[in-house]
Design a protein around this ligand. Structure first.
Ligand code: 13P
Length: 340
């Protein structure tokens, strides 16, 4: 294991106030988002959309790395140039989603376990040879009556740690993503309790599996009230409680924490990240960054709608969101930027 390479890649992923763009939606998820906007659910439409994203002029000024999907990492632009070359030319580090999805956890109604460990060592080797430098694995934790159970948290934390150790063995920086879902009417306080319990378990397993903390990135949820909770706390409250939970649970040796957006609006995700950095940056041991999919892509997707004539407008919207989130890393994002 080349420890220094892992450390260098992890620090590059969070350097210079840039963040990650997740564009690793599985085909069913991508098709679902396309269907809502009447975009054809074909390989070619998915390819054209991903081409739009990676050819956005200036994207590399705000985005350090993109997370690809198995279909996408093998694709080319319409003119035949491989996506991986386009990213390399833009100075963007390619990453790859390597889990095979969250499936029902046996004997645990309403809970999921993420699969993909079987054969992972060989898949990682192939992705690394192709040029990927980091990987992602997402565990999902639902909140509801009687859930999450301890067994669900432990099973997912264990799988995340096994994946992370295999990634480092292959020379890839693991993005460790335990996502506490926003669906439900749970309170902010309940999300805090669950998030802290999940993160504590994740780092117990990470240490147990001998994962190098300096060579990984944590991708957690922000601590938020459930989408159906009648009380929706202010940006200020969310920023404070999220940082407090991370302080309690994430070792200082981890170089970066890159949040997922999880279904928040693009504006709220930027505002919350901004306030965390504005208030707390000087006291934090890790970089607080972003690894958003929907909160960067959604406005662009709604403009594109599968039409070639909308590509430029969609790319502008994508670039705006990438820039706003870079500004949020500096504590320089303001709502008035949205009007420019
Ligand atoms: P969202 O930002 O849309 O939550 O997606 C992040 C991600 O990569 C999910 O695995």
């Amino acid at each position: 294991m080349n420890t220094q390479n892992l450390i260098d890649t992890a620090s590059k992923l969070v350097a210079d106030d840039k963040g990650l763009l997740a564009m690793d939606e599985s085909n069913p998820t991508c098709n679902k988002r396309f269907a809502k906007l009447d975009i054809p659910q074909t390989v070619e439409a998915r390819r054209a959309y991903r081409e739009l994203i990676i050819t956005t002029p200036g994207l590399g000024e705000s985005i350090s790395g993109v997370i690809l999907y198995d279909e996408t990492i093998r694709q080319q632009k319409k003119d035949g140039s491989p996506f991986l070359k386009v990213l390399g030319d833009a100075g963007i580090i390619p990453g790859i989603k390597v889990d095979t999805g969250a499936k029902d956890l046996a004997a645990h109604p309403g809970e999921k376990i993420t699969e993909g460990l079987d054969g992972l060592r060989d898949r990682l080797k192939e992705y690394c040879q192709m040029g990927a430098r980091f990987a992602k694995w997402r565990a999902v934790i639902a909140v509801g009556e009687g859930i999450p159970t301890r067994s669900c948290i432990e099973a997912n934390a264990h799988a995340l740690a096994r994946y992370a150790a295999l990634c480092q063995e292959a020379g890839l920086v693991p993005i460790v993503e335990p996502e506490v879902l926003m669906e439900g009417d749970h309170t902010l306080e309940r999300c805090r309790q669950v998030t802290e319990e999940v993160l504590r378990n994740v780092f117990i397993q990470i240490n147990c599996q001998r994962v190098l903390l300096e060579g990984m990135i944590l991708k957690p949820n922000m601590v938020l009230p459930g989408l159906a909770c009648p009380t929706q706390e202010s940006v200020d409250e969310v920023a404070k409680i999220t940082v407090k939970s991370l302080w309690r649970t994430v070792p200082a040796a981890v170089p970066g924490i890159a949040f997922l957006s999880g279904g928040q609006s693009a504006e709220l995700a930027s505002a919350r990240l901004n306030l965390m950095n504005l208030r707390f940056k000087s006291q934090l041991p890790w970089a607080l960054s972003f690894s958003f999919a929907r909160a960067i892509q959604q406005p662009a997707l709604e403009i594109w709608r599968g039409e070639e004539s909308n590509v430029e407008g969609a790319q502008q919207a994508l670039l705006h969101r990438a820039r706003y989130n870079r500004a949020a890393r500096r504590g320089e994002y303001t709502a008035s930027m949205e009007k420019t």
